[in-house]
Write a protein that binds this ligand. Structure first.
Ligand code: COA
Length: 171
């Protein structure tokens, strides 16, 4: 049985290992220090899926008082295609709604075919692509971890959705 619950402080290291094993795109904030800070400050901001003591899934549900944001959805390779990511997103949504969120976003790398495939599949839960938006980021000053570059796209989006994505305006 897989249980989904808030991450405990002593599980942060296992979550970082999961992200690496899952092939999640590395980000400058993937540090034990920053993950620990998140768990300390927002107990239910990071949910983990635990099977027999092992962390096999994660999701961050961020709430800034205005909008909910979902980050770091990851499922261990051996636990995939059993609906675990769907469950994680559902649980994160419940937490965010309890905090007052009426709008929730998820940033998805358009070149990660499995991630796009997953989020497209959530259309039955009301999730849809927002083709209007571009993402602007700033790394610098005290926020920058200079040793971690912004990852480049890993390759072209594959599969039937790739063509649709390429032809969509603003995609
Ligand atoms: C994307 C990811 C979280 C999906 O986890 P999962 O537990 O396997 O997903 P689910 O089992 O809940 O999948 C639900 C549906 O999403 C779609 N889906 C899931 N993985 C997919 C893939 N690799 N390709 C295409 N569609 C996929 C399917 O429609 C699936 O339903 P089905 O299995 O009945 O066909 C997992 O592959 C992962 O951790 N990838 C690496 C990290 C990542 O990219 N995270 C997303 C960042 S936004």
């Amino acid at each position: 049985m897989i249980v989904i619950r808030p991450c405990r402080l002593d599980e942060c290291r296992a979550v970082l290992a999961l992200w690496e094993r899952a092939g999640a795109i590395p980000s400058p904030t993937d540090t034990l220090e920053e993950l620990t800070q998140l768990v300390r400050a927002h107990g239910d901001g990071l949910l983990v899926a635990v099977q027999q003591g092992a962390v096999v899934g994660s999701v961050i549900g961020g709430w800034d008082g205005w909008r909910g944001n979902i980050y770091r959805l990851a499922v261990a390779p051996e636990a995939r295609r059993h609906g675990l990511a769907r469950r994680l997103v559902h649980e994160a949504e419940q937490v965010l709604k309890t905090k007052g969120a009426r709008r929730i976003s998820a940033l998805v790398d358009r070149y990660e075919a499995h991630a796009v495939g997953f989020w497209d599949a959530l259309a039955d839960r009301g999730w849809r692509r927002d083709e209007r938006m571009l993402r602007y980021i700033k790394l610098g000053g005290p926020f920058e971890a200079p040793h971690v570059p912004i990852p480049k796209a890993r390759g072209p989006l594959r599969g039937p959705r790739a063509a649709a994505s390429r032809s969509a305006p603003g995609a």
